[in-house]
Design a protein around this ligand. Structure first.
Ligand code: ADP
Ligand code: ZN
Length: 631
């Protein structure tokens, strides 16, 4: 099949005569996509023309093309190699594999190459034949590499620097920070080489940090909407977290790929083992596992269908698996930035996805304590506390979660209709009286014997239970004994959790004993009205039931023949992916396969019209696909 490469005369360049430098043409021919999304076009035009840019775009927004297309265009125009700085060596293999699949000459440098391969790559780079070279930040500061960059630069073959995950440079994004800080040298050494910094982290402090540290003061800033409309947010009260998780997976995500975040390594291991016992295919991932085990689990997650990864936050950065259908949190994340980044790993392909979290009193207490006890500076702690408060406000919110999330990133929006609170508005009640009873009970403890107690005893006293401890301390003589018999244990826990969230009560020390804060006084005095939310479970998504005969994770609108074509295409794709040692979605993603199954093209021409089928893939796989489709 001849490639559609008829070009304007001005497109032809000495470097790659006959190949277009037009971004849209590259998008269509190389990547097989019909149109740019959102701000991609503006970003690509700006970078292709040699401007510096800072790109803030949510996960799944399509950042890769923002530097890949300028890299290809500029290479075709004879400007040489684009250096892509990316923090995770483990993922470069797949990123480069994806580019090779679409016929772009890309490579990565790391210690896994044989000497021969490494030399070939360096030769390719030094000759300006490579379009993109992926490198970890620590390589940039390597003297030999610096000398190579200088040589390329002298010969006009250093085209562009793309700095992915640029938030790593910020003091709020610790990982890899030292290496990222060195990247400011790129600008000092090669001031005329354009730079494109990209991140999915958008809060003001991180943005300011990136601009300052990477010396991007003159760069154009492109801010995309951070909304991820296909992700449904739900935050449920913790009851029996594991069982809640299992129910959520079974009811809504049977057979789907997902990520479950836990705070501790131990909990990761226990949860993965337990899910496996319950018949869910789950793997653990945390920094305490052997590097080879981590790598193996990550590979399996990327390459196999329907695996659940149970992980600490050590897992996820740079994971570009597009068909992760849910992200669940069994523990409270650090702050809203982390929450949004972690949940953003769901649904990159634009299909329905869930962000689901359970949280309870202990989470609130733990997170507060972790900040208090950290060795950090007071200023830093104050910022962290503020960030935690914002997250807790999100968790306790009665209104649209998305409005609050986007609002946190400075974006105004209307209620979304796709979060738990929108779908099932929570019942609220005036908890002022209950809160005052609870606070005054803590006050009485202190007054009575200068002693402090935990949540269990507090609730026993409020509910008027004659326990041993009540007798021991004579707490049945307190004026608050039994004043709260109208609420259940659970309801009192919810009241307490919300009071801790709001900062009126703190839990301290080894036994989480409770104490009042200054702000409790205003509530006790009656100056503050408290609207509290009642507990509720997450709403169901109401998908086509898997029992209805659909294979797990099939697009909802496929049926009959299309469904069987989809299954055939998936089997064929798995075969190719194995041969190429790449994740299946890099060969073709689910959306592209679903389109093929729907349309059932009979000719190469018809096949080339499917989104995601570029020239190289058409050439490499076209005939095979038509055969699979039974032409
Ligand atoms: P990010 O790095 O911002 O998280 P990616 O670059 O991985 O996002 O893109 C997410 C998905 O969207 C990928 O599968 C990508 O191929 C697809 N995509 C990006 N831009 C387009 C486009 N203009 N048309 C169709 N698909 C696109
Ligand atoms: Zn909503």
């Amino acid at each position: 099949m001849p490639l559609p490469l008829a070009l304007d005369a001005q497109d032809a360049t000495p470097a790659s005569p006959g190949l277009s430098t037009q971004p849209l043409t590259i998008l269509q021919e190389v990547f097989g996509y019909g149109a740019f999304r959102g701000q991609q076009q503006a970003i690509v035009d700006h970078a292709t023309a040699g401007g510096d840019a800072l790109v803030l775009m949510p996960t799944g927004g399509g950042k890769s093309l923002c530097y890949q297309i300028p890299a290809i265009s500029r290479h075709r125009a004879g400007k040489g190699v684009t250096i892509v700085v990316s923090p995770l060596i483990a993922l470069m293999h797949d990123q480069v594999g994806a580019l090779e699949e679409v016929g772009v000459n890309a490579a990565f440098l790391n210690s896994t190459h044989s000497q021969e391969d490494a030399q070939r790559i360096e030769r390719d780079m030094m000759a300006g034949r490579l379009v993109m070279l992926y490198a970890a930040p620590e390589r940039i500061t390597n003297l030999r590499f610096q000398a190579q960059l200088a040589s390329l630069h002298e010969r006009g073959l250093l085209s562009l620097f793309a700095i992915d995950e640029a938030h790593c440079v910020s003091q709020w994004g610790h990982d890899f920070r030292e290496d990222y800080l060195q990247l400011s040298m790129l600008h000092e050494r090669f001031p005329d080489v354009p730079r494109l910094a990209l991140t999915a982290t958008a809060d003001d402090s991180t943005r300011a940090d990136m601009i300052e540290r990477l010396k991007l003061e003159d760069a154009r800033v492109f801010i995309s909407s951070f909304d991820r409309p296909n992700i449904r947010y739900a935050l449920v009260e913790k009851d029996e977290p594991r069982k809640q998780l299992l129910r959520f997976i079974r009811d809504e995500h049977d057979g789907d790929a997902g990520i479950v975040y836990c705070q501790s390594r131990k909990k990761v291991e226990e949860t993965a083992a337990w899910l496996t016992e319950q018949g869910v295919s789950a793997l653990p991932y945390h920094a305490g596992l052997d590097a080879s085990v981590r790598q193996k689990h990550q590979d399996r997650f990327l390459r196999e269908d329907g695996l659940v990864m149970v992980a600490t936050i050590a897992f996820g950065m740079g994971i570009d698996k597009p068909d992760v259908r849910f992200v669940a949190h069994l523990d409270l994340p650090k702050n809203i930035e982390s929450y949004y980044q972690e949940t953003g790993r769901a649904g990159r392909d634009g299909g329905d996805a869930d962000a689901w979290m359970t949280y309870g009193l202990a989470d609130v207490v733990n997170q507060r304590r972790m900040i208090d006890e950290s060795p950090a500076h007071d200023d830093f702690k104050r910022v962290q506390r503020g960030k935690l408060d914002a997250l807790l406000a999100l968790a306790e919110a009665h209104d649209c979660r998305r409005v609050r999330l986007l609002g946190y990133f400075g974006e105004a929006s209307a209620p979304c209709g796709n979060c738990d609170n929108c779908l099932n508005p929570p019942a609220t009640w005036d908890g002022t009286e209950a809160a005052r009873k609870l606070l005054s009970c803590i006050y009485r403890f202190w007054q009575h014997g200068q002693n402090r107690f935990g949540a269990g005893h507090l609730i026993d006293v409020l509910r008027g239970k004659h326990t041993d401890k009540v007798a021991q301390y004579g707490h049945d003589s307190l004026s608050t004994f039994g004043v709260g018999s109208e609420l259940s244990d659970n309801q009192w826990r919810a009241v307490l959790r919300q009071l801790v969230s709001l900062g009126h009560v703190v839990a301290e020390g080894e036994y989480n004993t409770l104490a009042l804060t200054d702000s409790a006084r205003a509530v006790l005095k009656g100056g503050v009205q408290l609207t509290l939310r009642e507990a509720m479970e997450s709403p169901k998504r109401g998908r086509v039931s898997k029992a209805g005969g659909k294979p797990a994770a099939a697009p909802a609108d496929l049926d009959g023949d299309a469904l069987s074509r989809f299954a055939d295409l998936k089997a064929w794709r798995a075969e190719v992916a194995r041969e190429h040692n790449l994740p299946a979605y890099i060969v073709f993603n689910d959306a592209t396969l679903a389109d093929m199954a729907r349309v059932a093209p009979q000719t190469l021409g018809e096949l080339s019209a499917i989104s995601g089928v570029g020239a190289k893939k058409l050439q490499a796989y076209g005939e095979q696909i038509l055969t699979v489709l039974g032409r």
